[in-house]
Design a binder for this molecule. Structure first.
Ligand code: AHM
Ligand code: MG
Length: 325
């Protein structure tokens, strides 16, 4: 039997028909962005665009192009009320919001520092709903996500989606671009001996994170009594995809050098959607002080500490945070 297509999976797994339209639009945006990434070097698109985005970072040409693709592909979805993009300061309203309309949050091209070196990047998305007719509030906590996922542009292009009950991974046929279900019911093993963190920030870490990493590095001879492995790609999509495939724990914690912002990664475009995917796969997602999806947002571009992956390791990190060391 051939693997179900994305559309077939969505329609057979009781996704609302309007949500199926929207997810198909997001999937076609992903296919187009995969093509842009693949052709980047030929078309001179890998350099900086010379603009600064709302986070104060230099935008790459492809960041801007990927954002345009999302806007173009998704803007006609019948029940989509607003686009909230990591790359755009203001919310883009597409219609007068009515109760139940969709709000699409997205990071069109995450990990774009990897573009120049030809490593995996991705797009991350999350969908929430308007709470009442005329309500323009887009600051809902992650438990209100009705679905979330990402596309990864690696050796193959994949689309991963969840509505909270299970996580399904689809691979794009290189000839037709069609997504077919190749990774049904992706799960994160509860135990792991692999962690991911940018250790160049070690001097800024707070005690709970230093303790966790020191103990992992100490290996069999340390208090954890086993060897750990470390992987860091500087592309959250690639790190999360690895964790969904073989387990692990990913950390971009609060540290003394990001004290004001509380972290690097954005709640609405990165932390919440990945938390929903990881929890639906049986893992856990925490700030160190509570579940990411319980954080009450105060601004669309807000950043949060992120600790997610295999449940047992996230529990160890939560316990160290509760101890204060
Ligand atoms: P971006 O949205 O500007 O691409 O930044 C987010 C990325 C994540 O994909 C990745 O986990 C992190 O930044 C890497 O940060 P660092 O360069 O500090 O290791
Ligand atoms: Mg990003």
């Amino acid at each position: 039997m051939t693997a179900p297509t994305l559309r077939r999976y969505l329609t057979h797994n009781s996704f609302d028909p309007d949500l199926v339209f929207l997810l198909e639009d997001i999937a076609s945006a992903s296919r187009l962005i995969a093509g842009l990434v693949r052709r980047g070097a030929f078309e001179g698109n890998l350099g900086a665009a010379g603009e600064i985005n709302v986070q104060g970072e230099a935008q790459k040409t492809l960041d801007i192009m990927a954002n345009d693709v999302f806007e173009r592909e998704c803007a006609n979805s019948p029940r989509l009320a607003a686009l909230v993009s990591e790359e755009v300061e203001e919310v883009t309203w597409l219609k007068e919001p009515q109760k139940g309309d969709y709000l699409l949050y997205f990071d069109p091209l995450d990990g774009s520092s990897n573009l120049d070196v030809n490593l995996s990047v991705g797009s991350i998305f999350s969908v929430m709903q308007v709470q009442a007719d005329g309500d323009r509030n887009v600051l809902h906590n992650g438990r209100n996500q009705i679905c979330a996922g990402y596309a990864i542009y690696g050796p193959s292009t994949m689309f991963v989606v969840t509505k909270g009950d299970e996580v399904a991974g689809f691979s794009s046929d290189p000839d037709t671009g069609e997504f077919s279900l190749t990774h049904p019911q992706m799960t994160v093993p509860a135990e792991t001996s692999e962690y991911a963190i940018n250790t160049s920030r070690a001097r800024y870490w707070y005690a709970p994170v230093s303790r966790y990493v020191d103990e992992a590095v100490a290996g069999k001879e340390g208090p954890r009594g086993r060897s750990f492995n470390m992987r860091w790609t500087a592309s959250m999509v690639a790190d999360v995809h690895r964790i969904l495939t073989r387990g692990g724990v990913f950390l971009y914690p609060a540290d003394s050098n990001n004290q004001k912002t509380g972290g690097k990664l954005r709640l609405m475009y990165e932390a919440n959607p990945m938390a929903m995917v990881i929890e639906a796969a049986g893992g856990a997602a925490s700030t160190g002080k509570g579940a990411i999806m319980d954080v009450a947002p105060t601004a669309p571009h807000q950043r949060v500490p992120v600790i997610l992956g295999s449940r047992d390791e996230v529990a160890v990190l939560d316990a160290y945070h509760a101890d204060g060391a």
